[in-house]
Design a protein around this ligand. Structure first.
Ligand code: KIV
Ligand code: ZN
Length: 512
């Protein structure tokens, strides 16, 4: 029988650490449900001790998801570990994931600890965690740049204390596939009790090699867990991308010879959900999930594919969920068809009343736009007025005037804590005028660091999906809004970003 490879998804923890990718509890729950449909083995739901908000997210996911192991990250101190265990109490299968840096640079400059102190703290942390949970992962942060002798000593000790998984991250994306694979191999050969734990890889993508490094950790090093994220989301250049590494393992099973439990037909829906939730647009030429990943533009390729698909296709688009990328509903579709489509997309609304609200929004949209695609439905249910996230700011209506040679003007009505307010402003363009109108009332003082518009389903008839990234007092958030009118979409995105800034401020305050 082939070995099983564990897929550990950290979209909701490491992925969320990308600047602006922070997600609300409802958004995280929705993604966790999609990860469960995808059949990932482990979902890292967050870092419970980092804030009350994160604690609540881990707890909600631990209570809701039954088919995956749920992990919470924590530092190697008792308070963090106990908080993780508390958040995970409702999980069918829980994992405490404790980490500390082991490289000379991180120990000296960041932790200001001696190697002996890190050694002792690692042992005590794993001992304490094992008393609370049977499944404990130990991560040596910046493991790849750590001293080999020291790392062997630490790993042997934590396995003796009961660590069940040993993770050796390439935290800064510095590794080269062959070198990383050999590093893991050497550690496994040198640590006397290495066979008592599963070995794991966690690679960042700073040099674009996270997937290759992870695979080398498996083939050369003998690791049997890969840590990854949907769309490769993560700190800086991101993490190993789940869809790429999984499709490499599945497509080249002849070479890897490993079993991966992922149900690949949900990959595209998961990718879209993460992109629409975080506002991180997927590049068109991204492997597996990019809009062009299966598009054949050149005549020679098209001709070849028409004659025999495998001339230019090594994977089938429909196998990873692209077949669902078609007109799915229209004006005449009923509530049941709509509900069925939501369920096919992995969207679970909280109550029948929420389904009714979403259906009413769907009908409004179908009146304005003849063909409704999956992307439209996902954008619609991400809308805060459907998800009932009790937000500070909500969009009501907007009018604007722009004409060649005149300065555009916008008037907007929106809610602040449930009460309607009106504001107006001029601007360089109609979008600028609308956002300035909101800001003239809210006075957030936030700086806009990114504004992008994307046609959800490719044509001018489609909804525009706008991402607005705001920065204020060191906090960075992305707001996303969708509407066939891109000025309205922009206003919704701006209000959504203001809501996230507000909820992030609450999270930080709750910590103190
Ligand atoms: O990159 C890293 O080292 C991490 C650890 C906390 C696992 O994310
Ligand atoms: Zn990481």
């Amino acid at each position: 029988m082939a070995d099983k490879l564990i897929i550990f998804d950290t979209t909701l923890r490491d992925g969320e650490q990308s600047p602006g990718a922070s997600m609300t509890k409802d958004e995280k729950l929705r993604i966790a449900r999609q990860l469960e449909r995808l059949k990932v083995d482990v979902i890292e739901a967050g870092f419970a001790a980092s804030s009350n908000g994160d604690f609540e997210c881990v707890k909600a996911i631990a209570n809701a998801i039954k088919d995956c192991t749920i992990a919470s990250l924590c530092r190697t101190n008792d308070k963090d570990i106990a908080r993780a265990a508390e958040a995970l109490a409702g999980a069918e299968r829980a994992r405490i994931h404790t980490f500390i840096a082991t490289s000379p640079l991180h120990m000296e400059k960041k932790l200001r600890m001696t190697p002996d102190q890190v050694f002792e703290q690692s042992k005590l942390a794993v001992r304490f965690a094992r008393n609370l949970c049977g499944d404990v992962e130990y991560s040596a942060e910046d493991g790849y740049r750590s001293d080999e002798d020291f790392l062997c000593r630490v790993i042997e000790a934590v396995i003796n204390e009961g660590a069940t998984t040993i993770n050796v991250p390439d935290t800064v994306g510095y590794a080269i596939p062959e070198l990383y694979g050999n590093f893991i191999k050497t550690l496994r050969e040198r640590v006397p009790n290495s066979d008592k734990a599963v070995w794991s890889v966690h690679c960042h993508n700073d040099l674009g090699m996270a997937v290759a490094n992870s695979l080398a950790g498996v083939t050369i090093g003998g690791a049997r867990q890969i840590e990854c994220t949907i769309n490769g989301l993560g700190e800086r250049a991101g993490n190993c991308s789940l869809e790429e590494v999984v499709m490499a393992l599945k497509t080249r099973r002849d070479y890897f010879g490993l079993d991966v439990g992922i149900d690949i037909k949900h990959i595209v829906a998961a990718s879209r959900m993460v992109s629409q939730t975080t506002g991180f647009v997927v590049q068109p030429n991204k492997a597996v999930v990019g809009a062009n990943a299966f598009a054949h533009a050149s005549g020679i390729h098209q001709d070849g594919v028409l004659k025999a698909r495998d001339t230019y296709e090594i994977m089938r688009a429909e196998d990873v969920g692209w077949s669902t990328n078609k007109i799915v509903l229209g004006k005449l579709s009923g509530r049941n068809a709509f509900k069925q489509r939501l369920s096919d997309l992995g969207v679970q609304l909280e109550s029948e009343a929420d389904v009714n609200t979403a259906f009413a929004r769907f009908k409004e949209l179908a009146d304005r736009k003849s063909d409704i695609f999956d992307e439209d439905i996902l954008a619609l249910v991400s809308d805060e007025s459907v998800t009932h996230e009790h937000e500070q700011y909500g969009f009501v209506s907007l009018s604007q005037h722009s004409e060649t040679g005149e300065r555009p003007h916008a008037s907007i009505v929106f809610t602040v804590a449930g009460k309607e307010v009106r504001a107006q402003s001029d601007g360089n363009g109609p979008v600028d005028a609308s956002l300035k109108a909101i800001e003239s009332h809210v006075k957030s003082g936030a700086e806009m660091v990114l504004y992008s518009v994307n046609a959800i389903s490719g044509s001018t008839e489609s909804q525009g999906e706008v991402t607005v990234r705001l920065q204020n007092s060191g906090r960075v958030v992305n707001g996303v809004g969708a509407d066939p009118d891109i000025i309205v979409a922009s206003a919704k995105a701006y209000l959504s970003a203001l809501n996230k800034l507000q909820s992030k401020a609450d999270r930080v305050a709750a910590q103190g």
